[in-house]
Design a protein. Structure first.
Length: 270
């Protein structure tokens, strides 16, 4: 590996965090992530302008205490997706209690609040019984329209991906959610668009072992239909296990170059 003061080394953060999302405001990046193992009562939030020095923050929402509904499960706060919309506000879609919750803030560090006035989840645990309703990801198309993707499987099998267009309020469904599950999909959808084509990226395999990896499928609309990518998977366990079970990623762009921010498993020695 090359060395020098301008190089960034993996892992970029000490400790155990997963499922990152990232937004930029001015010259500063904000990373939001699940606190591992298996979530915490809040999210982990980090601020950086060079990916070498990080400041950790605590935000007021979401929390396990604030995001409770009659249908909530026991699972904690997982898998945020944060985007800045055309109205200048920040929108978050996050899993708490195996339900999808939606929040809004004027600033990356809050204060945040539930987008729904009645403080209910956007997608309940029971709305789509065959889908583990977690891992929401919001995508804003080049025309400004927003789409929400989410879904996983149960017991490490039968992954399902749901999709729906959002109205301008970023919380009301514009139509009925539909299943758009691409080949090899298990969980953690993440949509990007390049050169007029839609790339639905996702995690394959099990998040607890080296089969976890990042794949993708392509389509001509936000709803597909999606065809398995020619280079799928694009990130998987390396032969030397330096990268071990990589997955649940996000993509961000700096000066025209795309980067993947992801978590990996810390290999347990025999």
């Amino acid at each position: 590996a090359q060395t020098g003061k301008n190089f960034i080394f993996n892992p970029i953060l000490p400790g155990y965090f997963a499922d990152p999302t990232i937004v930029k405001e001015g010259d500063t990046y904000f990373i939001y992530a699940t606190i591992d193992p298996w979530g915490g009562d809040e999210l982990a939030v980090f601020e950086t302008n060079n990916f070498k020095k990080f400041t950790r923050h605590h935000i007021n929402w979401p929390t396990k205490k604030a995001c409770i509904s009659p249908t909530s499960g026991d699972s904690k706060v997982w898998a945020p997706s944060v985007r800045k919309a055309a109205d200048g506000k920040f929108y978050m879609y996050v899993s708490v209690g195996s339900e999808v919750w939606a929040g809004v803030s004027n600033k990356p560090l809050g204060p945040w609040k539930n987008l729904k006035a009645d403080n209910s989840p956007l997608v309940t645990k029971n709305d789509f019984p065959n889908v583990h309703n977690i891992d929401a990801d919001v995508f804003i198309d080049t025309d400004g329209a927003a789409y929400l993707y989410w879904g996983s499987g149960f017991n490490w099998v039968n992954g399902h991906c749901m999709a729906v267009k959002l109205k301008k309020d970023m919380v009301t469904f514009d139509g009925v959610p539909k299943e758009v599950t691409p080949p090899n999909y298990f969980e953690a959808p993440h949509m990007i668009k390049r050169n007029g084509k839609y790339y639905l990226m996702f995690s394959e395999g099990k998040a607890i072992d080296p089969t976890y990896q990042i794949g993708y499928a392509t389509g001509n609309t936000p709803f597909g239909p999606f065809t398995a990518g020619v280079y799928d998977p694009i990130l998987s366990t390396s032969l030397d296990s330096t990268t071990y079970g990589p997955g649940h990623h996000t993509v961000f762009t700096v000066k025209g170059q795309d980067y993947i921010l992801y978590h990996r498993i810390y290999p347990q020695k025999e």
